[in-house]
Write a protein that binds this ligand. Structure first.
Ligand code: GLC
Length: 649
């Protein structure tokens, strides 16, 4: 948008900073012109009261300019390509996997050798969990960054990463890396300066001389790690000041009310964009703005910060998109795409934590009442934005569905959540799950769940008991869950080890830095000899790998699986089934009906419900996974236990 004040300001800034000229810069200036009104307005809103406002804004534009000057020709070309094909990330061809590079391959150099494994499975989007330099011990799995521009030596070198990126680009694979925007390690250079008493860097954080303000903040702030890191402030002995540490005590929260912090972060984001990273996962974005008297999560200013980061990234590196890691209430998650918009104006992708938790509810209850309710309640996403659908990730499983949905499904929220924790920790009589309670908050009674997907799905106990029927059910459950993230709408994100049924690993208990954080039970170091069993007929590894591989291959062929707000739920009069159909708005593409049975007994789906939606008009249906054909002249079709059908119609 053109607006006089911002336009004349931009002219002043560009005159002062001797803007580069030449044909190469045309695209940069077009984008800067297009986004500057928004950048200026947001910056004004957040920092307009400061005397140095104009100088800070000038500094921001300089960063955008300098980073564009550094942007390689092939990445600029990719930006242009992606501008033309702007829905590129919403196609059904993308299937992702998240992993720790050390746990998956040992280091970045070995990652390159493991690309064929990922390609065999059909993975073409790789999220490598944090790889930046972090302290030897207190590092929260890499989420306590000491240097945002260095690779941690345990992962290898920048050259290793560059070679990996080049290899991935040749194979049309996307790379996702984290930018830990909310906090730094207390060993980061900024924190070190702050500890030395340097006011400039103390202003990068929230530091207070006594408990007055911390107490005011803490009165309304929920604890993120109540067992290991209670409270949200830590006394720093060097300065005698209290520092805000929402996560662990060694993770210092950055203070975005200081524009210098925002500008540093823009520079860091563009640094990684210029390395050739396709997608940046912005960590813990719900926490970016702190306000006394609030929970310090999901504040409006946190969204404004994200909009600024997006607008800035679009000027310099528009081919790069963001994932919002905001594991918050369903109604809040959706806002991280941006409100009142068509295209995402914050992050293009967000974790669908609600769907993930609902899937686990369906597994435990063998019923789909809450799943259906919860999905019905999910607000429609923006047109140019997509979900990351996952079953498991490196974090705990929070039971983040709304109380309203739980009540509507006929349960009582407190006892239902307690049931789920009991179920997944194996404390419920019929449960064969082998998980652990995480983040137990004695004050509120809240708890989340840790544990490998396969162990939560019953495979660990089934193998220990050599119970073939239970093994079969666990295999079916794991495939069923993958089936749904593949077909629901969004980018499926597998977790390393899950495609071969990797179980809990308790070796973390030997490490004093990890022993108090049971999320490490599901952060395995893969044993590639066990993985090789995927090639041996009849093994659990082979059964899982081959089926998941096939699901991925089919997904990629089905246009209706692209995520274009093209899903409709189908209400079935059977509490064990969950059904929806996917369609393509234009052209003659077949629709696909997905019917999932979470029960351990076969269930019948009445065909009438589908006919009412104008579906199943053809005399036979094809089940895409098995190739089996099913007649439509009956009253119902039978869905086998723990199975989802993909019916093309
Ligand atoms: C994110 C990460 C999690 C980490 C936290 C603090 O939620 O996914 O692993 O502990 O941020 O950085």
């Amino acid at each position: 948008m053109y607006e006089q004040i911002s336009h004349s300001l931009l002219n002043d800034i560009l005159t002062q900073c001797k803007q580069p000229k030449g044909e190469d810069w045309q695209h940069f200036y077009t984008r800067l012109g297009a986004n500057f009104y928004a950048i200026h307005s947001l910056f004004q809103h957040l920092y307009g009261q400061r005397e140095d406002f104009k100088a800070q804004l000038g500094r921001l534009v300089t960063v955008l300019t300098q980073q564009y000057a550094q942007r390689a020709a092939h990445l600029r070309a990719k930006d242009l390509e992606r501008e033309k094909n702007h829905d590129w990330f919403m196609q059904q061809k993308w299937v992702g996997m998240a992993m720790y590079c050390q746990g998956f391959a040992g280091n970045l150099a070995n990652m390159r050798e493991k690309l064929p494994y990922l390609q065999e499975l059909g993975i073409n989007l790789v999220h490598i969990l944090p790889i930046c330099d972090c302290p030897e011990q207190q590092n929260d799995g890499g989420y306590a960054v000491r240097d945002f521009r260095q690779i941690d030596a345990r992962n290898g070198s920048m050259a290793d990463l560059e070679q990996l990126i080049a290899a991935m680009q040749q194979s049309d694979m996307l790379l996702t890396l984290d930018v830990v925007v909310n906090h730094t390690s207390d060993e980061h250079a900024w924190a070190k300066q702050a500890k030395l008493g340097d006011q400039q860097y103390q202003d990068y954080y929230y530091m207070y001389p006594d408990r007055t303000i911390p107490d005011m903040f803490e009165a309304a702030m929920p604890e993120v790690f109540p067992e290991n890191a209670p409270g949200s402030f830590t006394l720093n002995p060097d300065t005698g000041k209290w520092v805000m540490t929402v996560f662990n005590q060694y993770q210092w929260d950055l203070n975005y009310s200081n524009p210098a912090v925002l500008i540093e972060m823009v520079d860091i984001i563009l640094f990684w964009a210029n390395k050739g990273v396709d997608i940046l996962r912005l960590d813990a974005v719900a926490f970016l703005w702190k306000k006394i008297g609030s929970s310090c999560q999901n504040e409006r200013e946190a969204h404004l910060i994200l909009q600024l980061l997006k607008d800035c990234c679009q000027v310099t590196a528009p081919g790069v998109i963001f994932i919002a890691e905001a594991i918050v209430a369903p109604i809040e998650i959706i806002k991280y795409f941006g409100e009142d918009a068509i295209n995402a104006k914050e992050c293009e992708i967000a974790y669908n934590a609600t769907f993930m938790a609902l899937l686990w509810d369906a597994v435990a209850t063998k019923q789909t009442v809450l799943l259906t309710r919860g999905v019905e309640d999910l607000p429609e996403k923006l047109d140019r934005a997509t979900w990351l659908n996952y079953v498991r990730c490196h974090d705990d499983i929070g039971l983040g569905f709304s109380d309203r949905a739980i009540i509507a499904a006929g349960f009582e929220p407190v006892s239902h959540r307690r049931f789920l924790v009991d179920y997944y920790t194996g404390h419920y009589p019929e449960s064969n799950a082998r998980g652990f309670a995480f983040g137990v908050n004695k004050k509120t009674g809240d708890a989340r769940i840790s544990g490998a997907l396969a162990s939560l799905a019953g495979l660990e106990s089934a193998l220990a008991n050599q119970d073939q029927a239970a093994i079969d059910n666990a295999v079916l459950t794991i495939v069923l869950l993958h089936n749904l993230i593949m077909s629901f709408g969004g980018i499926p994100l597998l977790y390393y080890g899950d495609a071969v049924g990797t179980l809990n690993n308790d070796s973390y208990l030997q490490d004093e830095n990890k022993m108090h954080d049971n999320r490490w039970v599901h952060r395995p170091t893969l044993d590639w000899e066990v993985l090789a069993l995927k090639n041996e007929a009849g093994t659990v590894q082979q059964r899982l790998f081959s089926r998941i591989k096939q699901l991925i291959a089919i997904r990629k062929e089905i246009s209706a699986f692209a995520d274009l707000n093209n899903r409709e739920l189908i209400a079935l009069d059977n509490p064990h089934l969950f059904a929806f159909y996917r369609y393509v708005q234009t052209g003659m593409h077949p629709k696909v009906v997905v019917i999932a049975n979470f029960d351990t007994a076969a269930q019948s789906a009445p065909l009438q419900a589908f006919r009412q939606k104008g579906l199943f008009k053809t005399p036979v249906l094809t089940e895409l996974y098995s190739g089996q054909t099913l007649p439509t002249d009956k009253d119902s079709i039978e869905i086998p236990p723990l199975t989802a059908y993909w019916l093309s119609t």
